[in-house]
Design a protein around this ligand. Structure first.
Ligand code: GCU
Length: 582
């Protein structure tokens, strides 16, 4: 079923907490010994009824772990584990009349099946986007049981594909709740400043549109923004929609959202008995030649890249507190922008950044060499893109949708990604589209960006690792050729250092080496014509199975400016100084 907009605003019961789990390496709980799905699987939560009954699992005798949370950091036996784990949670409930009950998951990595009281409720693929399932008809009076089978095995045809430079944290990694919605509810709505063609005339203004879960005409939807004296009732058409309508607001009345003034307006949306509340900011984001304009003014994106990992000690971040600490470090750096890599982060992160005045680059994990010619892979990427945009399209601070990272050039890749870019534009024409391209080599110190996808993006962004993967200490000699009349973002640059390791600036892994690399890169980047932003790699050391150097990496990518214990490395202050001058 379609993702419900701002689902957290509906009345709901949180199902976070301790869930029983069973590690099922050979999926004994799902397949019989002939590898056919079995009707007697663990989803039945069966208990022996007679003394001779043979039931070889019992959730209630099995250990528990905290949900939301990954299994890798909660059970040391599962640190490296990739496979199936079953989860069970019971809760008491009294079915509601004239209301629907939706089971909502913030994210489950990667492939998950859900059962309620032994009945299949749904299946979802994709580790970083939310989904909701209608379980109204599955719920009973009294004790109800939810069982979730989660499999985080990697596959070539998946999104992301077989290899990626982050930890494949498995499990129910974000909030779970049971949401009460009326039989007819607001499935989606949009309230933003946009340019819209009205009677062939380009009009800029606040536009509202909405869609019910039912194609029913005649439903009243009342929008109110008290601070702007907006109170307007719309009526749905035969599709159950309020087509985009311009809202009259006295000009100059709207305080635009910006890093210096992250103004959010309280918004209420009434539909039938239910009133939803939201906090929405208004701003415009566009490009003009090589400039990025926020609210019509050129802006430089002082950014940093971030992985969704807890600030201290690893594990998936999934709370407001986690977001505040990570974004607090970004603020200390002087950032007004973060690249949330390489997948949609939790809504907590995006909304906290919005309150803190931090602009966001949000991305789907089309990372490295995807199975470009596989239609199912494309559908998967398209669904993840759709859900990312659907969840966050009312967030003023999201300025860039990114469709990919470091993908190899080929006609098949261009075909795949160009269709994704077009799809993003049909869903949301009010934001910038980009992707992280790459420049992996220079000839005679000339670095040339050349990528067919330049024509499908609004901002040309690329990763470059001068000083680390190549051309150490040659940054000063480098020239850049970026033959596109579009703003340029350096979406990644950087190098590794083990916090506390000191030595000569040409000694790898020392803080001095990383510090020097930042100094040299910054001086080089400052000379790039059209440079509109950077998001160095990366805010904090993060777990990766690809980083195995003992005593230095120990399964951490050490390119953080902050260590995995929150200690700031010398390079942190080099970037901070640069941003203070920007
Ligand atoms: C790549 C990639 C990152 C990776 C980084 C690195 O550019 O996009 O995901 O972690 O380089 O090598 O550290």
């Amino acid at each position: 079923m379609p993702l419900v907009q701002n689902i957290g605003a509906y009345e709901n019961i949180s199902l976070n907490g301790d869930w029983h789990y069973i590690v099922d390496v050979q999926e004994e709980g799902y397949y019989d010994y002939r590898m056919n799905p079995t009707p007697w699987g663990f989803f039945r939560n069966a208990k022996p009824q007679l003394p001779e009954d043979l039931i070889e699992y019992d959730f209630d005798l099995s250990p528990t772990m905290h949900i939301p949370g990954d299994w890798n950091t909660q059970d040391e036996r599962l640190f490296f584990y990739e496979g199936t784990v079953w989860f069970k949670r019971s809760f008491n409930f009294s079915p509601l009349t004239s209301y629907l009950s939706l089971l909502y998951f913030g994210a489950v990595n990667y492939d998950c099946h859900v059962w309620v009281n032994g009945q299949e409720a749904g299946h979802h693929v994709g580790g970083f986007t939310p989904f909701n399932l209608d379980v109204t008809d599955l719920l009973i009076e009294g004790e109800n049981v939810v069982i979730v089978k989660v499999d985080n095995k990697r596959h070539a045809e998946a999104i992301p594909t077989l290899i990626f430079d982050w930890w494949n944290y498995g499990g129910i990694i974000r909030d779970v709740s049971l949401v009460k919605v009326p039989a007819v509810y607001l499935e989606n709505y949009s309230l933003q400043i946009k340019n819209e063609k009205i009677n062939d005339k380009e009009e800029k203004g606040i536009f509202f549109s909405a869609k019910l879960n039912k194609a029913e005409a005649g439903h009243a939807v009342t929008l109110s923004v008290p601070e702007l004296k907006i109170e307007k009732t719309f009526t749905t058409d035969a599709q159950g929609e309020v087509k985009s309508e311009k809202i009259k607001v006295k000009s100059g009345k709207v305080a635009f959202w910006s890093p210096d003034n992250p103004k959010l307006y309280r918004v209420a949306l009434q539909c039938g008995e239910t009133t939803l509340h939201d906090s929405i900011g208004f701003r415009t984001i566009e490009t003009r030649g090589k400039q990025i304009l926020l609210n019509g003014q050129p802006i430089f994106l002082k950014g940093i890249s971030i992985h969704e990992e807890k600030p201290f000690g690893g594990g998936r971040a999934n709370s407001t507190d986690d977001a505040r600490i990570l974004l607090g470090w970004a603020k200390e750096l002087g950032c007004n922008f973060v690249r949330l890599a390489h997948y949609p982060h939790s809504e907590y992160m995006v909304r906290e950044a919005e309150k803190m005045g931090i602009m966001v680059w949000s991305e789907i994990p089309c990372y490295w060499t995807i199975d470009w010619t596989n239609p199912a892979t494309f559908e998967n990427a398209k669904v993840q893109l759709t859900d990312m945009i659907c969840r966050d399209h009312n967030r003023a601070n999201i300025i860039i949708w990114s469709i990919a990272n470091e993908t190899p050039h080929s006609p098949e890749r261009d075909n795949f990604l160009s269709r994704l870019a077009q799809h993003a534009r049909t869903l949301d024409d009010s934001r910038l589209i980009s992707m992280a391209m790459e420049v992996t080599g220079a000839s005679n110190y000339v670095n040339r960006l050349s990528d067919n996808m330049n024509e499908y993006v609004d901002v040309v962004s690329f990763n470059q690792y001068i000083g680390w993967y190549r051309d150490v200490n040659d940054a000063a000699k480098m020239h850049w050729e970026i033959p596109y009349d579009k703003p340029v973002i350096i979406s990644e640059f950087g190098g590794g250092a083990r916090y506390g390791l000191h030595g000569a600036k040409n000694q790898r892994w020392t803080e001095e080496f990383q510090e020097n690399l930042y100094r040299e890169n910054i001086a080089m980047l400052d000379k790039i014509d059209g440079l509109s932003g950077t998001s160095p790699w990366i805010l904090k050391d993060f777990r990766s199975p690809r980083r195995v150097l003992p005593g230095i990496q120990d399964y951490y990518n050490r390119k953080g400016l902050v260590s995995d214990n929150g200690e700031k490395k010398k390079a942190f202050f080099v970037l901070k100084e640069w941003y203070e001058g920007k």
